[in-house]
Design a protein around this ligand. Structure first.
Ligand SMILES: *Cc1c(COP(=O)(O)O)cnc(C)c1O
Length: 466
C-alpha cells in the first residue's frame, strides 16, 4: 500500500517513510492512496485483541514489516497493559456499553496506538544512520503516552510541548518526572492549538529539516490512526456476539478527531457495519457545529474539566475532508489555506451529506458532564473520568432521539488522571492503579517557554543529543 499527502504533493510513499516522517512537507497529512488491498472480512470473527490488531494492521504496511516481526511488535506493545484483554468491555444496561481503553501504562487510550508506534519506530530506526528527533504537542495525554513509548529508545530524542497550566497536575507529572536523557518537556505559555501550530511549522521548516530528522507522535502520524482501528472492529464483534443485535453505534469523546476518524475507516473502508459514530465534544465544539451545519469555523479555546479535548483545530478533520472531496488534494489545499486565512471552511452540500451518513454529534457542557459523573456513580457504582462522561452523556442524548440500537462509549481515560475534578464532583479521590502511587513525590524537569517559534526552535537545536 502506498500513501499520499492530502494536499498538492502527488509523491507516493511507503509505510516506513510515512511513519518516520509524520507530516507531509506540503503541510498535508498522509492517507492511503488506494484502499483496494483491503478486502478482509473481520465481521463475526471471534479474534483476540492482538489477532484483530494483526489482521487490521497488516493491510496497511505492505512489505515494510515482516509478518513475524509485526506479530512480535504487537505482542510487545500490549504486554504492558494491565488487562489481558487489552480493552475491557463493560455493560451498563441493555443499551449502553463502555469500552475501557485506559489499561495501558499512562492510563489513557493513547497508549494503544503509541506503544505500537514506539516499538515500530525502534524497529525502523535500528537500521537508520541518523537519530530521529520526535516533536509533539499534547493537550495532556499524548505527551505521557509518547514519552513512555520512547523513553528507552537509543535512536530518538523526544520534545513535548504542553500548554502550560492547562493540563492536570497528574498529567504534567506523568511527563515531567520521567528521568531519561532523551526526554525534553516544554511548558508553552499558550493553548494546545498554539503548541500544535508551532509543531506543524517546525515540520515545514526546510532549514531545520536539513539538520534534524523530524518525527511525529501526534495523530497527524498515520500509524496512530491505523492502530486505533483495531478496537472498533474488536468491540463491534464482541457486542454483536453478546447481544445478537447488530445496530451498534460508537460514542467517541473527541478533540483532534483522530479517534473518531479511525472509527470512520473501520466503517467505510473495512465495511464494519457501525451504525453511527457519535462525535462527542465538550464546550470546544467546532466539530459538533460542523456536523450540524456543514461549516467548520474556528472559535476561541475554552478551558474545561476535560482538558484533553480543549482543541479548536481538529487536525484529522483534513483527512475526512480529503475523503469526501473524492481525494482532490488541490481542493483540500485551497480549503485549508482559506481556513488559515479566514478561520472558516464551508463544505458543499453533497459532500456534507456524505459525512452525515457516518457521523452525528453533540456538544456537552460542564454541568451535564458533572451530572453524568454523579449519575454513573449512583446508578452503576462506577467512577468515570470527565472525557468518558462527555461520551456517555452524548450516548444518552443519541439514544433519547433514536429509541433503538446499542451504543458503545469509548472510555478514554482512567478517572485518577483527573482526580481533582472527580473529587470536586463525587467528594472522594478515585483509586489509583498500582505503580502510580509515588508520582507526586518525584522530581519534575521541564522548561517554560513563551509561544515564540524561534525560542522553541532554538531550544530544540540546543538540547538535541547527537
Ligand atoms: C486525546 C484524548 C481525547 C480526544 O481524542 P482525539 O483523537 O484527539 O479526538 C479524548 N479523551 C482523552 C482522555 C484523550 O486523551
Amino acid at each position: 500500500m502506498k500513501y499520499i499527502s492530502t494536499r498538492t504533493d502527488k509523491k507516493l510513499l511507503g509505510f516506513k517513510e510515512v511513519t518516520l516522517k509524520g507530516l507531509a512537507s506540503d503541510g498535508g497529512l498522509y492517507v492511503p492512496n488506494t484502499w483496494k488491498e483491503i478486502n478482509l472480512n473481520l465481521i463475526g470473527k471471534d479474534y483476540s485483541f492482538e489477532k484483530t490488531a494483526y489482521e487490521t494492521i497488516r493491510c496497511f504496511i505492505g512489505k515494510d514489516i515482516e509478518k513475524n516481526v509485526l506479530k512480535k511488535i504487537i505482542k510487545k506493545s500490549y504486554s504492558t497493559f494491565r488487562d489481558k484483554e487489552i480493552t475491557t468491555l463493560k455493560s451498563l444496561d441493555n443499551k449502553n456499553f463502555l469500552l475501557e481503553l485506559f489499561n495501558g501504562p499512562t492510563l489513557a487510550f493513547k497508549d494503544i496506538a503509541l506503544q505500537f508506534l514506539g516499538n515500530t519506530f525502534e524497529m525502523f530506526l535500528k537500521s537508520n544512520k541518523k537519530k530521529l528527533t520526535i516533536i509533539g504537542a499534547t493537550s495532556g495525554d499524548t505527551g505521557s503516552a509518547a514519552i513512555d513509548a520512547v523513553k528507552n529508545n537509543k535512536f530518538a530524542d523526544i520534545f513535548i510541548l504542553h500548554p502550560y497550566g492547562r493540563v492536570s497536575d497528574f498529567q504534567r507529572k506523568q511527563m515531567t518526572t520521567v528521568n531519561s536523557s532523551n526526554v525534553f518537556n516544554i511548558g508553552l505559555k499558550g493553548t494546545f492549538d498554539d503548541c500544535q501550530n508551532i509543531i506543524k511549522k517546525l515540520f515545514r521548516d526546510n532549514e531545520l529539516n536539513k539538520t534534524l530528522n523530524l518525527g511525529s507522535i501526534n495523530s497527524i502520524n498515520w500509524t496512530r490512526i491505523m492502530a486505533q482501528i483495531t478496537y472498533y472492529i474488536y468491540a463491534y464483534n464482541k457486542v454483536m456476539k453478546l447481544t445478537g443485535n447488530n445496530n451498534i453505534s460508537f460514542s467517541v469523546p473527541t478533540g483532534n478527531f483522530g479517534d473518531a476518524y479511525a472509527g470512520y475507516i473501520a466503517k467505510k473502508k473495512f465495511k464494519i457495519p457501525i451504525n453511527k459514530l457519535i462525535v462527542a465534544t465538550n464546550k470546544n465544539n467546532i466539530l459538533d457545529r460542523f456536523f450540524r451545519t456543514g461549516t467548520y469555523k474556528i472559535d476561541k479555546v475554552h478551558s474545561t474539566i476535560s482538558p484533553s479535548m480543549d482543541i479548536q483545530i481538529a487536525s484529522n478533520f483534513e483527512r475526512l475532508l480529503y475523503d469526501v472531496n473524492n481525494c482532490d488534494g488541490n481542493n483540500v489545499s485551497e480549503l485549508m489555506y482559506s481556513f488559515n486565512d479566514k478561520g472558516k471552511i464551508k463544505v458543499n452540500k453533497e459532500y456534507f451529506g456524505v459525512t452525515k451518513n457516518s457521523f452525528t454529534s453533540f456538544s456537552i457542557n460542564e454541568k451535564e458532564t458533572k451530572q453524568r459523573i454523579k449519575d454513573t456513580y449512583n446508578d452503576f457504582n462506577l467512577v468515570i473520568d470527565p472525557h468518558t462522561a462527555v461520551g456517555l452523556e452524548a450516548s444518552s442524548k443519541y439514544l433519547k432521539e433514536q429509541q433503538e440500537g446499542i451504543v458503545v462509549t469509548l472510555a478514554t481515560a482512567h478517572p485518577s488522571k483527573f482526580s481533582k475534578s472527580v473529587r470536586n464532583i463525587l467528594g472522594f479521590d478515585p483509586d489509583l492503579p498500582l505503580g502510580y502511587k509515588n508520582i507526586f513525590d518525584l522530581e519534575e524537569k521541564y522548561q517554560v517557554i513563551d509561544p515564540s517559534y524561534n525560542s522553541i526552535k532554538n531550544y530544540i537545536l540546543k538540547k538535541v543529543t547527537k
